[in-house]
Design a binder for this molecule. Structure first.
Ligand code: 21W
Length: 268
């Protein structure tokens, strides 16, 4: 039962395991499954509900709208998944109350080598399941979804991209924009002109040093304009500030170094 080093094992607890074909049957994650670079296994709490109606939900004590996932079927599904998982596999519950998913958390999950993702439905999960069987709660952002399945698939997709071989030789996860901590530069493909809109001359120049410099300038400038929060922890070098300055001046905006530093430190 030896998992080849570097590959990733995903266990999923869900009342809708069929949703996970979105990762197992499409795109790079499908190829990763076919080549054994990732494994996605599902356990359905419904299969561990033994009453006539296979009940998996119940009313909240203390009242309130909606239903909760009841303890026993969910708890048994998690226990079964743990038995099949590599020893020491952590259990992560997708939850609006969780820590926000970002690139560093994705990297941490990849380093674990295996993970069990719990996708909840209804209005939530009995707190004792979280206390007894869950190591960490993770949210994908401050908006309300109908369940934890789409967030779990976000984790599977993002972590899978870090597994060597999943992206092929061309692409390198380390060059992905969030690995760099910057937004991506603008990209263009044929044709050269679309309704009079030209691809920038530099990109067509064939001067790769210049193109690299322009892309860095665009990545820094866009990050400064759209996500200044990403630059706060980056400790920008003088030449990087200069690139932001020239980016802003090219657009007819205030490119003074003082304004730039101020916006980055204050954060917006
Ligand atoms: C959402 C369950 C909200 C319970 C009426 C008014 C997992 C998620 C989820 C869900 C509530 C994630 C309420 C970002 C998400 C998830 C289902 C609580 C209270 N009811 N990341 N207010 N967003 N969502 N509802 O929704 O399971 S990770």
């Amino acid at each position: 039962m030896g998992r080849r080093l570097l590959n990733m094992w995903f266990g999923v607890i869900s009342l809708f395991p069929e949703m996970f074909v979105a990762v197992t049957e499409s795109g790079v994650t499908r190829r990763a499954c076919e080549r054994g670079l990732i494994e996605v296994h599902t356990w359905n709490p419904r299969d561990y509900a033994y009453d006539k109606y296979q009940t998996v939900d119940d009313k909240p004590y203390g009242g309130g709208p909606g239903m909760l996932m009841k303890v026993q079927p969910l708890s048994d599904a998690i226990s079964q998944a743990r038995k099949a998982a590599p020893l020491g596999t952590k259990v992560v519950c997708m939850s609006p109350q969780g820590e926000r998913l970002d690139h560093s958390l994705v990297t941490k999950f990849h380093d674990w080598g295996s993970i069990i993702l719990v996708a909840g439905r209804y209005e939530g999960i009995d707190e004792r399941v979280l206390q007894r069987q869950v190591d960490l709660e993770v949210s994908i952002g401050d908006y309300v979804l109908s369940g934890g399945e789409l967030p779990a698939m976000c984790v599977i997709d993002a972590v899978s991209r870090m597994v060597p071989g999943v992206l092929g030789d061309i692409q390198n996860a380390k060059e992905d924009s969030f690995a760099q901590g910057l937004l991506h530069f603008p990209q263009y493909t044929r044709p050269e002109i679309v309704d009079g809109d030209r691809v920038p001359d530099i990109v067509l120049s064939g001067d790769h040093a210049k193109i690299r410099r322009w892309r860095l300038q665009q990545a820094l400038g866009r990050t400064y304009e759209r996500r200044p929060d990403l630059l706060q922890s980056k400790n920008l070098q003088k030449d990087e500030i200069e690139l932001i300055s020239s980016y802003l001046k090219d657009k007819g905006l205030d490119g003074s170094v003082e304004t730039i530093l101020n916006k980055i430190q204050v954060g917006k």
